[in-house]
Design a protein around this ligand. Sequence first.
Ligand SMILES: Nc1nc2c(c(=O)[nH]1)N[C@H]1C(S)=C(S)[C@@H](COP(=O)(O)OP(=O)(O)OC[C@H]3O[C@@H](n4cnc5c(N)ncnc54)[C@H](O)[C@@H]3O)O[C@H]1N2
Ligand code: MOO
Length: 332
Amino acid sequence: MKSKLREVHVSEAVGLVLAHDLTQVLPGKYKGPLFRKGHVVREEDREALLSIGKEHLYVLEIAEGEWHENDAALRIATAVCGTGLTLTQPREGKVNLVAERDGLLQVDANRVHGINQVEQAVLSTRKTDIPVKKEDIVAATRVIPLLYPEERLRQVEAAALADATLPVLEVVPFPQRKVGVVITGSEVYHGRIQDRFGPVVQEKVERFGSVIMGQTLASDEKDRIIEQVRAFVEQGADLVCVTGGMSVDPDDRTPGAIKALGADVISYGTPMLPGSMLMVAYYQQTPILGLPGCVIHDEYTSFDVFLPRILVGKRITRHDIVQLGYGGLHSC
Ligand SMILES: Nc1nc2c(c(=O)[nH]1)N[C@H]1C(S)=C(S)[C@@H](COP(=O)(O)OP(=O)(O)OC[C@H]3O[C@@H](n4cnc5c(N)ncnc54)[C@H](O)[C@@H]3O)O[C@H]1N2
Ligand code: MOO
């Protein structure tokens, strides 16, 4: 059976779906829709409808096996919604997924593509691995037609599951991590200039609810850098940042020190600008980052991409490094 039109008196229309737009004309002031096609008539609409002379309405009788756009959007949203997210009530056929907490947004892009393959289904999301704030809208769902077939909703729900154990979208909270900072550079060590790296790293780390467990000065001495990184790891650091000395001058000792420490270097260099001279390494499972000078003055570098991921406990891989190049030219 297909959905069909039916004429009803306004007093019997509550809960039914308008089959067409209803226009309001206020001479000289306004002409436009008072209610749109698809609107579900509410008790409080009755007076407004009668005031524009609508005693009878065409409503849609929705056949079994078809879903109103609001209900279809809600089913899609429910199928993709994971922890740390809530759904809004449908409005004009759209449901939003809203962050319930600050955290790192996780989106399975492959399953988002799979859902959008289903004819006239819409799942629109922000990108994965970005930090979000409580109450941010991170995704929205809708369907294109006013009535949507059950069969396609089942296809959406199957695509949302697709053998995966994790939800399509979730917001992972930031645990409180301890971060050690080793500042290199003889000019800072000897007090020729004031350290500007420490406050920048501290602000970025605290933004995600983590703490700086300590900050040391290592001049440009490789052995001192090694010792200080190792000491932070032994004291239980969740991340150690070594600042400066990342370039190609003879006094740039940081990459050599991290290697000599025996760390597993994932990459020295990234294809993102700024932040191309970043080093990502792991020493006994603890992430060690070599931070290039640009982190002091550029608002958004490869450090800002990886820091929140590291703080939620994700391990950075060579694949993650490679991914930074496409769309990664921010300034240079
Ligand atoms: N020949 C090349 N030169 C540079 C390259 C390159 O590939 N080839 N890369 C450039 C890029 S990109 C960056 S980023 C920087 C990387 O610089 P470093 O990490 O080696 O930074 P430094 O040389 O140690 O310092 C640069 C600048 O910043 C001042 N600085 C450093 N630490 C502090 C601190 N804690 N507080 C205040 N100021 C600090 C330092 O005195 C220098 O003036 O290299 C480019 N060059
Ligand atoms: O590492 Mo530099 O990183 O791009 O300005």
